[in-house]
Design a protein around this ligand. Sequence first.
Ligand code: PGA
Length: 258
Amino acid sequence: MKKRFYFGTNTKMYKTIKDTVEFVKSLQEATKDISREKITLFVIPSYTTLKDANETKDEELLMIGAQNMGWEEQGQFTGEISPLMLQEVGTDLVMIGHSERRHVLGETDEEENKKVLCALRHDFTTLLCVGETEEEKEYGISAETIRIQLKKGLYGVTKEMTKKLWVAYEPVWAIGVNGKPATKEYAEEIHIVIKETLKELFGEEGTEIPVLYGGSVNPENAVGLSKMEHIDGLFIGRSAWNADNFNKIIRDVLQESR
Ligand code: PGA
């Protein structure tokens, strides 16, 4: 039995302020009887919703995260949002390097690294996303790709800083409407690579870093994935954007695999 399981959703560029507030309220209501000793629950909505989402959240029940962050406190970075601005609206968590940031918006490992360091130095729980493309998988270099993303993305992070570090494995080919979910066996294989790399980088502290799987998680595959030894949580898009559906996945996982 695993000590704690993580459930989170990134609502991408979908929910407005009104939608997000309703979603957070309904999700809290639906899951409030589940002990937070067993689970960590988080929602990562759009920037413009953060103030309201943070005011709506019950911090005993869930965390609110930002989908991205600039790596300086202030400066000539038009269009960026700084760590101070995220703190000002009460944000707990920052996601860095989501597949769409890397592959649609062109972010590099070097940029993710600056953001990770900045987020951890500002005491945010920091969720670094990694994942190989379909082409990299075809070439048989998934493990190499993931190791590079981790080693570059976490360059300069100290053992001490890892207390607030989480990692999500999200294969690019598995994400979104055209994605095909990874099999639980394949996900487990890569999670083992991630855990080994984190141990290599941070020693025993590295073994404490939660590693979540994301990419077409759905009501059919959630329980199977959650039973894999090296999967510490599920990071869900489409299947979690309705609070009742998300609640059902959480309960199925807790009931069948914990
Ligand atoms: P999906 O999204 O579950 O809709 O594939 C996952 C993600 O982008 O984090």
